[in-house]
Write a protein that binds this ligand. Structure first.
Ligand code: SAH
Length: 349
C-alpha cells in the first residue's frame, strides 16, 4: 500500500504492522501528511486543551551511568545538588498558586530519597490539591506502593529503547528486564504510567523504532514521552552526531495514530533542538507541556543535555507566554488534572 493510504488507514483504525511502520518511518515525502493526521486524531480524541505539568527537578545526584545523560554518576563536572523538603515544598506551593494542577517530581536515582523520606513530602504536596507525577527511576515494588499510598498518581519511566543490545550498551550495569518489571509494577499498583524513548541514539535504526512503537501499542500506557537524543558534553556520547527534530516528531505522530487517546507531551528536548519545536510537536499529535518551575542554581545544574535550561523561561512568565502561543494555534490551557481518559484522580487522602 502507498504511504498516504497507510496514514489514512491508521487514522481510522489505529493499527499499523511493523512493516507498515517501517515504510512510514523511512518515507521522507509524507512527513507533513503524517503530522496532519496525528493532529486530527489528537483533536478528535483529546480535544484542544493542552495540559500543563509543573516540573520540579529536585536532585541531580544519580547512581547510574546512562551514556546519553549529562547527570550520569561518572560525570565529575556536574555540580551536584539535592533539595531539602523545605526547598521542594514551596516550589509545589508556587506551582499550585500559578494554577498548575499537576507537579512532576523528577530526579536522578538518588539513594538519599528513601520512601520514608519522600512519603511525608508527598502527603504535604497532595494536600495542595495537586496531582502528583513521579519520575525517580527504578525502585522496588514496595517503594512504588508507598508513594502511591501517599498520594502519587502517575509515574514516568521511559524504557529509553526496546532494542535490548542498544539498551545494555547505553545503560551499563542496568537491566532491561528490571525496567520492564518496574513498568509492570507501576501498572499493577494503579498508577497512570508514562513511558517513552530517545530518538536518534547512535546505532538506533528505523527497524528498532518500529519495534518501540509496537511496544507502546502492546503496553497500553497512559502517556508516552519521547524526544530527540541531544549529545551532552562530558558523557561517552558527547561527540555523537547532533540529531534532527523530524525523526522524533515522526515517531511521536505515529504514537498518536496508534494510541489515539493517551497523553503525549511536547518535550523540552524538542524545544532545545529547535526553536518552537514544542509548538510543532503540539501540532503533530502532542497535548501536554511540562514547564520547568525549578528555580535558581539548581535549574542550571539539572543539565541532562545542553540548551535545556535556556529552552525554558523564568517560571513566573512562562504560563502567560505559553497561553498566548497556544491561542495563536487554536488551543487553550486545560483546566482539570488532565489525566488519561479523565480518569478520576482522587485528591483526598
Ligand atoms: N532518573 C529518572 C529520570 C531521568 S531524566 C529515570 O531514570 O527515569 C528523564 C529523561 O531524560 C530520561 O528518561 C531520558 O530519556 C532523557 N534524557 C537523558 N539524557 C538525554 C539527552 N542527552 N538528550 C535527550 N534526552 C535525554
Amino acid at each position: 500500500m502507498d504511504s498516504l493510504s497507510l496514514i489514512a488507514q491508521a487514522r481510522q483504525h489505529h493499527t499499523l504492522t511493523e512493516e507498515q511502520l517501517l515504510q512510514l518511518l523511512k518515507d521522507p515525502h509524507i512527513d507533513q501528511a503524517l503530522f496532519n493526521a496525528a493532529d486530527a486524531v489528537r483533536e478528535a480524541y483529546v480535544g484542544n486543551a493542552v495540559h500543563l505539568r509543573a516540573l520540579i527537578e529536585f536532585t541531580n545526584i544519580c547512581r547510574n551511568n546512562c551514556s546519553y545523560c549529562g547527570l550520569q554518576a561518572q560525570n565529575a563536572t556536574v555540580k551536584r545538588y539535592r533539595m531539602t523538603e523545605e526547598q521542594i515544598y514551596p516550589l509545589a506551593q508556587k506551582a499550585a498558586l500559578w494554577g498548575y494542577k499537576t507537579v512532576v517530581l523528577q530526579g536522578g536515582e538518588d539513594p538519599f530519597f528513601t520512601a520514608e523520606r519522600l512519603v511525608p513530602l508527598l502527603r504535604r504536596i497532595k494536600a495542595l490539591d495537586l496531582a502528583i507525577t513521579l519520575s525517580l527511576g527504578e525502585r522496588p515494588f514496595e517503594d512504588y506502593k508507598a508513594f502511591k499510598q501517599a498520594g502519587a498518581d502517575r509515574y514516568l519511566l521511559r524504557i529509553e529503547t526496546t532494542d535490548r543490545p542498544l539498551y545494555e550498551k547505553y545503560n551499563p550495569g542496568m537491566s532491561f528486564d528490571n525496567r520492564l518489571r518496574c513498568l509492570d509494577d507501576l501498572k499493577r499498583l494503579g498508577y497512570e504510567v508514562g513511558t517513552g524513548i530517545l530518538v536518534g541514539l547512535p546505532g538506533q535504526t528505523e527497524d528498532s523504532l518500529a519495534k518501540d512503537l509496537l511496544f507502546f501499542k502492546r503496553f497500553q500506557p497512559d502517556m508516552i514521552g519521547l524526544g530527540p537524543f541531544i549529545p551532552c558534553p562530558n558523557t561517552p556520547l558527547a561527540h555523537a552526531p547532533r540529531p534532527l527534530l523530524r525523526p522524533a516528531l515522526k515517531v511521536m505522530a505515529l504514537t498518536r495514530l496508534l494510541l489515539p487517546d493517551i497523553n503525549i507531551p511536547a518535550t523540552t528536548a524538542m524545544e532545545a533542538l529547535q526553536q518552537d519545536g514544542r509548538l510543532q510537536a503540539l501540532q503533530s499529535g502532542a497535548n501536554v507541556v511540562m514547564p520547568n518551575v525549578t528555580e535558581g542554581e539548581e535549574r542550571q545544574n539539572y543539565a541532562l543535555y545542553p540548551g535545556k535550561a535556556a529552552a525554558a523561561q523564568a517560571p513566573q512568565n512562562l504560563r502567560l507566554t505559553l497561553e498566548q502561543k497556544l491561542h495563536a494555534i487554536g488551543r487553550h490551557i486545560g483546566t482539570g488534572y488532565g489525566g488519561h481518559k479523565q480518569k478520576d484522580i482522587s485528591v483526598k487522602f
